[in-house]
Design a protein around this ligand. Structure first.
Ligand code: DAH
Length: 339
């Protein structure tokens, strides 16, 4: 009998398990109500008296060994399950991560900023609630000037001197107030106009204003800068400047790019001409320099301004300006791949 017990003792010592169910089988086999140990205790009755002491002790040791084994194995397996809960199954394929997307207005704004920063332009900002001086008067648009009517303005009722800026040209004035030439800056931002909302226009939109002031800045510099910009942004290398009027620049021009007439869409968006207007520009009017405290005898400069929505609509063939503000996830998701 002692030999038998010794054999089981070894078996217990060697047993190990990776699953709780294996431990359970082991428990039933040894310490269960019909298990090995129970039956050994039954056999114990037959053991001759002189051996009873030794066999009894050995049996007790065996019983304890089996119960201890079950206990330690279960504890070990339970902690490893808990650890798996923390770390998960490390071999499992990664859960798909939803990538967010930038808003197309931000994408285009960032591209414009990037293009101009490569030729030394800094980024500047100004307030959306502006005063009359910075939005109009300093820009050569005195009170009662007819050009003010073109910019349907939201005024602030409590203070008629305050308004929502109608263009980012106001930032020019603020920047010139605070900086000495040479000045090279672009000012992206949100602007407001009291206009009916339609597929083509909105009462809130975005512009980027550009300003370059130094000694000997000429119209040729302006043209070259714009050509560089349109090449970089649109990949188109043909532009034309049409004479125009803005109170803050003299001479002023509107910039068209040659879009081409290759597809039906090209025909439609260029109204069959192949040309598209993308921005206004000109040489900063000496009055504007004076208003901002810059010596107009010593310095000259150019400025330009463009609408970001319009450019985004061209680049991504977006048919309706209202889509930018609806926050329709199906629309926005399409820009995931664009950075
Ligand atoms: N501020 C003009 C607008 O809102 C855009 C503009 C045109 C800005 C010509 C300029 C410029 O700086 O030179 O329509």
């Amino acid at each position: 009998m002692l030999d038998k017990i010794k054999k089981y003792q070894e078996e217990i010592a060697q047993f190990s398990a990776t699953e709780i169910s294996e431990v359970e089988n082991f428990r039933i086999q040894f310490t269960g109500s019909k298990g090995i140990i129970k039956s050994l205790f039954k056999d114990f009755k037959e053991v001759p008296n002189q051996e009873k002491k030794a066999v009894g002790q050995a049996l007790n040791v065996l019983k304890n060994a089996a119960t201890d084994k079950v206990k330690t194995l279960i504890e070990a397996l339970e902690t490893s399950v808990a650890e798996k809960g923390i770390y998960g199954d490390l071999t499992r394929p990664q859960a798909p991560i939803e990538i967010g997307s930038r808003h197309p207005i931000s994408i285009v704004k960032n591209r414009i900023v990037d293009i101009f920063s490569r030729i030394g332009f800094t980024v500047s900002e100004g307030p959306e609630i502006e005063d009359d001086w910075h939005n109009f008067s300093a820009l050569n648009l005195p009170e009662h000037h007819p050009a003010r009517d073109m910019q349907d303005t939201f005024f602030i009722e409590k203070n008629p001197d305050l308004l929502l800026r109608t263009h980012t040209s106001s930032v020019q004035v603020r920047y010139m107030d605070d900086h000495e030439p040479p000045i090279r800056t672009i000012s992206p931002g949100r602007v407001f106009r009291n206009e009916d909302i339609s597929a083509r226009s909105h009462c809130i939109f975005h512009q980027v204003e550009g300003l370059y002031i130094d000694t000997d800045v000429s119209f040729a510099d302006l043209k070259q800068t714009l050509l560089y910009f349109t090449k970089e942004l649109f990949g188109k290398s043909k532009i034309r400047l049409r004479p125009s009027f803005f109170p803050f620049t003299e001479p002023s021009a509107e910039v068209d790019i040659y879009w081409g007439l290759e597809t039906e869409t090209d025909y439609r968006i260029t109204k069959g001409t192949g040309w598209l207007e993308i921005m206004g520009c000109g040489m900063v009017d000496p009055n504007v320099l004076k208003n901002a405290g810059i010596d107009s005898e010593k310095y000259t400069g150019f400025a330009f301004g463009m609408g970001i929505e319009r450019i985004a609509m061209l680049l991504y063939q977006i048919p309706d300006i209202r889509m930018f503000y609806e926050n329709d996830v199906k629309f926005l998701e399409q820009f995931k791949a664009v950075t």
